[in-house]
Design a protein around this ligand. Sequence first.
Ligand SMILES: [Zn+2]
Length: 197
Amino acid sequence: MRLTDDRYSGERSQFELALRMIRHEARTRTIRECTGLSDDRIRKLYATYFRDSGNNVIKRRRGKSPRQVTRYVKTPENQLQATTLVALYCAGLLLRIDQEDRVHACWPRPDVEFGHRLCRAYETYLLFHDNASLSFEWAWNLLQCISYNEELYLAHCRGCNARYVQDAYALDHRICPACAMDIPAKSRPLETELTAI
Ligand SMILES: [Zn+2]
């Protein structure tokens, strides 16, 4: 009996995560990686809960996740939003920053708990930014890119001392996006929270 209960609650958690990710328009592949559900089951869930229910607002994305780090640093606004996401990943224990400001992934491989933490971080990010410009897939991609410490890294602002997401191949003026945008200290979304832990 116990085994059945555990299996049931495990499956329920997988389904809940799949529905949560579909709502964010995550790609099938991303949902599969986190939930462990087959493409076929994901398609059926989508069909049952979204397509056939008359809810046509949610689109199902196919193919690979986008990969172009310039998206995160294209404008100070995007840079600020990417920095908010990284701070939320740290708060959700998906990432850790060491004393040298290098970023480390804390989760060995995606699973259901990882997926829920990713969703929670993304949902909080949406609350912080009315004009959110990064989709769920861009957020997922950022989590991976920043933990490689290759194309993206955490730079250090000479004005306010905050860390911010920066392109490793761009000229860095050591001015964080919030200082560049002249955002008063008390209205800055989480940027100053990005410190080594
Ligand atoms: Zn600054």
